[in-house]
Every structure is written in structure tokens, then in C-alpha cells.
Design a protein around this ligand. Structure first.
Ligand SMILES: Nc1ncnc2c1ncn2[C@@H]1O[C@H](COP(=O)(O)OP(=O)(O)OP(=O)(O)O)[C@@H](O)[C@H]1O
Ligand SMILES: [Mg+2]
Length: 373
């Protein structure tokens, strides 16, 4: 049996196609030629005796120490009757020379086999190091993405808050002035309609401003120890009606009781609600949304991982960062704020949120929050 690439375990390899091709058939061919060669052709015997080294070395490189040793033993056994008895013909070389040759077959088999095993072990070690490096690189990339996202959201939040603040007061003055003008114009006057339009547009601007502010305002935090099961269960119960309406099943196995995070219950509830609502909205009719919680260690830190998995279309690779931007939406009546607010809250908890594809399709959103022991 060949376990990992190049690593040989068990004895099944002895009857593999490779063994036949590299060792057994060449040994058979050399031996037939050897046994059929008459004593006067001593130089042919010399050549054929040395040809045995080829299958021994090939066996060692293909199957390591076991391959080298087994092949050299087989060669010794097959060659011995020809070397020391008169079956068909006898190899005309001296007995000492032939005995030394047989000894050498086995020495070469062991040395080459050990070297080949060493090479395989070294290669496996290098592969493990490469895999670990790739893992670390991926972790670094993910950390970089989280940092860039957090910085971008914070800058956008500050900019939006500043702008909204500057616009809010003049807008309130305009609304007041419009009200006064409106009161002074007769209801039947055509100008009254203009003032009404003005008033409505100011209200619309006010609503837009409110949306901007809902992203910009960093919510108040009341930090406490929160048991994750007590966070998930109420949100799932709250969302059950919405899911039923959309013909979606919520599957939320109980969270381990010992999973505790430190944070603000209201805000974390909001995060989970946004993610769960998106999953329900993305699900097809009859779909299942699974909510699971477990702990995991990432970069030596223990995290509580809340995962929401749906059976919707998933999030295309090129949108996986964009969906966390404020006001990015692909839904007709979406405001594009749900995930950006969730990302800001999670970031304020020193956690991170990421999206990937489920094994069987759909999207998986994972919220990682530092876990308390
Ligand atoms: N589970 C999901 N499956 C597929 N796409 C998703 C999923 N969750 C989010 N998205 C994509 O991310 C976009 C942004 O989501 P986000 O929650 O920020 O805003 P929204 O849902 O569009 O609007 P709202 O502000 O009402 O939440 C969505 O418009 C959708 O394209
Ligand atoms: Mg949403």
C-alpha cells in the first residue's frame, strides 16, 4: 500500500503494476537471458549479472527500503541456481566473484532504499512546511482584509457623521421656514402646492439623512458577559415568523452552554438579526437556514464562531468584500446597511465577520467573537 505520495506502507505494492513493470518483468527477462546463455559467452554473463542492479535501484526508488531489499533478495534467489548449479547453464565466473556480487545486490538494495526513504521523508516535511506557510499566509490575508475593512468603515462613519451633522441643522431651519411660508399662503393658491412639494422633499432628505446616521452612529455599548445560547435563541425565535412567511425553515441546534462572549447584548443581537435576515431573504422557497455556534482557535486566540448557512445563490467572490460597504445592495428594497453596521459592531468587539461558500452551495456568514473561558 502507498499511503501518502511516495510513502510506502504494507506489502500490497509488491503486486502493483508499477512493481511488475520496474522490477519483476525486468528480473524475469534478465534471468531468462542469463539461464539461456551458454558458458563460453562469459562476457554476456558479466553484462547480464550487472543488469540486475537496474531493477534493484528502480525498486528502491519506487518503494523505498522495502522495495530495494525485497528486489535484491528476489534477484539473489533467482540468480543463485544459475550461479552455483548446472541448471541449464552455469555462470562461468568464479565462485567468490559471484558470491560477492550477490552480497553487493543486497547492500545496494539497502543503501539505495534507505536513501530513497530519506528523500521521501524530507519531501513530506517540506510539503508540511509549505502547507503551514500557506495557512499562515491565508490568515495574514484575512487579517489584512479585516483591518482594511475596519479602517474604511470607521473613516466612512466619521465622514458620514460629520456631513450629516452639518446638513441636519440647515435642513431643520429650512423645514421651519417652509412651514411658516406654507401657513401664510392660502390653501387654494397654486403656490401652496409648490411649498408642499418643497416640504415633502425636505422630509425625504431628512429620511435619507437618518439612514446615513444609522450607519455613522456607533451604537452605545454596555459591555457584559453574554452567554451565546441566550443570544441566539431569542433572535431565532424572533425571526421564526419571518422565516415561515418566506417558507424557509430555521434550523438552530442548541449552542454549547459554556460559550460566553464579552460584549453588548443589544448590538450583538442586531448583528445576528441582520445576518439571519439576509439569509432568509436569500433563501429559495422551502430552503433551510442553519445557525450553529462552536468555539475555534484562530491566531492563538479562542473565538466563539456563529455561523449562518443558507441555500441561496451565495455571494460571488468579487462581491465578498463589497457587501460590507455601506449602501451596497443588490436587493430592490434594500438599504445596504445591514452588513456594514454588523461589521462595525463586530469590529468594536475585537471580532471579525467573514463570508464564504457552503460545501453544498449557498452562503456561509461567520461571526467570530473573542470567547471568554
Ligand atoms: N445570505 C446572503 N446570500 C447572498 N447574498 C447576500 C447574503 N447576505 C447579504 N448578501 C448580499 O449583500 C448585500 C448587502 O447586504 P446588507 O444586509 O448590507 O444590505 P441589504 O440586505 O441589501 O439591505 P438592508 O440594509 O435592508 O439589510 C445584499 O444586498 C446581498 O446582495
Ligand atoms: Mg440586509
Amino acid at each position: 500500500m502507498i499511503a501518502r505520495r511516495g510513502e510506502v506502507r504494507g506489502w500490497g505494492w509488491m503486486v502493483s503494476n508499477r512493481a511488475w513493470l520496474l522490477m519483476w518483468l525486468p528480473i524475469l527477462a534478465i534471468s531468462l537471458a542469463h539461464y539461456a546463455t551458454g558458458a563460453p559467452f562469459y562476457w554476456v554473463h558479466d553484462v547480464l549479472r550487472r543488469l540486475y542492479y537496474i531493477p534493484i535501484v528502480l525498486g528502491a526508488f519506487a518503494f523505498g527500503l522495502r522495495g530495494g531489499l525485497v528486489t535484491s533478495i528476489v534477484v539473489s534467489v533467482v540468480y543463485s541456481p544459475h550461479a552455483f548449479t548446472h541448471v541449464f547453464h552455469r555462470d562461468p565466473a568464479g565462485t567468490l566473484e559471484k558470491s560477492l556480487e550477490i552480497l553487493l545486490y543486497n547492500v545496494i538494495g539497502v543503501i539505495t532504499g534507505s536513501l530513497a526513504d530519506g528523500l521521501v521523508r524530507e519531501r513530506l516535511k517540506q510539503e508540511q512546511i509549505a502547507a503551514r506557510l500557506a495557512e499562515s499566509l491565508e490568515e495574514l490575508r484575512s487579517m489584512e482584509r479585516q483591518l482594511v475593512r475596519a479602517g474604511k468603515l470607521q473613516a466612512l462613519g466619521e465622514l458620514t457623521a460629520g456631513l450629516a451633522h452639518e446638513i441636519k441643522n440647515p435642513l431643520a431651519s429650512m423645514k421651519g421656514a417652509t412651514q411658516i411660508i406654507s401657513d401664510e399662503i392660502a390653501e387654494t393658491s397654486p403656490r401652496r402646492r409648490m411649498v408642499d412639494i418643497l416640504s415633502k422633499e425636505i422630509d425625504r432628505l431628512g429620511a435619507v439623512l437618518e439612514r446615513f446616521l444609522s450607519f455613522a452612529r456607533l451604537p452605545r455599548f454596555e459591555v457584559a458577559e453574554v452567554r451565546v445560547s441566550e443570544l441566539v435563541e431569542p433572535v431565532v425565535a424572533l425571526m421564526a415568523a419571518q422565516a415561515r412567511q418566506s417558507d424557509v425553515t430555521l434550523d438552530a441546534p442548541a449552542c454549547p452552554d459554556d460559550l460566553v462572549v464579552r460584549g453588548d447584548r443589544e448590538n450583538l443581537t442586531l448583528v445576528l438579526m441582520n445576518v439571519l435576515l439576509n439569509a432568509i431573504q436569500a433563501s429559495p422557497q422551502g430552503g433551510v437556514v442553519t445557525v450553529s455556534c462552536q468555539d475555534a482557535t484562530v491566531r492563538k486566540q479562542r473565538y466563539c464562531v456563529l455561523a449562518v448557512h443558507d441555500q441561496g445563490p451565495g455571494v460571488p467572490e468579487e462581491l465578498r468584500e463589497k457587501i460590507f460597504n455601506p449602501f451596497f445592495t443588490t436587493r430592490d428594497n434594500g438599504s445596504g446597511l445591514g452588513l456594514s453596521i454588523a461589521a462595525r459592531i463586530v469590529d468594536a468587539h475585537d471580532g471579525f465577520i467573514e463570508v464564504g461558500a457552503g460545501k453544498t452551495g449557498g452562503a456561509v456568514f461567520r461571526v467570530l467573537l473573542p470567547a471568554r473561558s
